[in-house]
Ligand binder design. Sequence first.
Ligand SMILES: Nc1ncnc2c1ncn2[C@@H]1O[C@H](COP(=O)(O)OP(=O)(O)OP(=O)(O)O)[C@@H](O)[C@H]1O
Ligand SMILES: [Mg+2]
Length: 324
Amino acid sequence: MRVLIVYNKDSSKVIFRTGRQVKEIYSEKTIKKIADVLKKTGYYVEIADGNIEIIESLKKFFSKGEGIVFNLSYGIQGEDRYAHIPGLLEMLGVPYTGSTPEGHTLALNKVVTKIIFKHYGIPTPDFWVFSSEEDDLSMVEFPVIVKPIKEALSLGIKVVYNKDQLKNAIKEIISEFKQAVIVEKFIIGREFSVGLLGNGENLIAFPVLEFDFEGDMKAIQTTFLKKHKPVKKICPANITEKEAYLMQKLSKKVFNILGLRDYARTDIRMDIEGNIYFLEVNSQASLGETGSFFQGARAYGFSYTEMIQNILKTAIERYPFLED
Ligand SMILES: Nc1ncnc2c1ncn2[C@@H]1O[C@H](COP(=O)(O)OP(=O)(O)OP(=O)(O)O)[C@@H](O)[C@H]1O
Ligand SMILES: [Mg+2]
């Protein structure tokens, strides 16, 4: 099998730089590691940058034979960035790993995700949406956590305890991110994550992973921690079998109701009484070696190589004309 890894490296190669510039990026090290793993497995591998040159790279690669794109692109700019490369690949008829443009777009929008959660009975913190600090905020029950609707890496996130703080936080987010604000009940408690791999009957939920805040029930994962000082992870989490089963079962349901494909990761909080709440789902879950997705895969029994191979195999199975 021939595999073209597509990710975003040189974000200046566009016609215009406009809209919100993407902050998420795969390190060169991770891309190289994934390429090496696939080469060692016997695949023919090339790497391409998902910018203005991508159509030329795709034409060149696929003119020499069939294959698949391993899509590791977060996009370059714009709010629905994860959907861009998959959209282009669909237009060109190129097979690729991971979710469709629709799946990525639904998962990127925290409000749409939560409306779908509520519709299907997936527990999620109560929330309100505001587009101005002048909106009527009287129904908000504090404490709440305030987020831009379509960001990641905890960008713009703040916990607030009263109306004045809320007004300021809304104003700051709108001015910095140029998008509406989701205000969500702050869940005091513990934090978990569940990695998912596969599709349909073969969808696997990895063992539940806990972010270890050392008993600080009000701690959250900030952008600084995510980038510079990742919170220690415990996997499998120290919870009851029943709790783990529920988180895994509902994570699979989340994957299916949003129509995701191949792999993803859910983020969950548990309050002091043991109630669980789904915060969001990451349709472009990081596959880095230190990330929570791999830690879950490892606890399930996969080596790094096996995890990457399985993602690719899962995707290839969706395209009957491709032979592994
Ligand atoms: N309702 C909540 N109650 C308590 N903590 C929360 C809540 N929502 C978010 N958090 C905290 O803020 C962090 C970031 O929130 P969230 O996962 O919604 O945003 P994100 O920026 O999309 O994250 P990611 O980097 O996973 O894409 C969470 O990991 C958690 O620590
Ligand atoms: Mg998250």
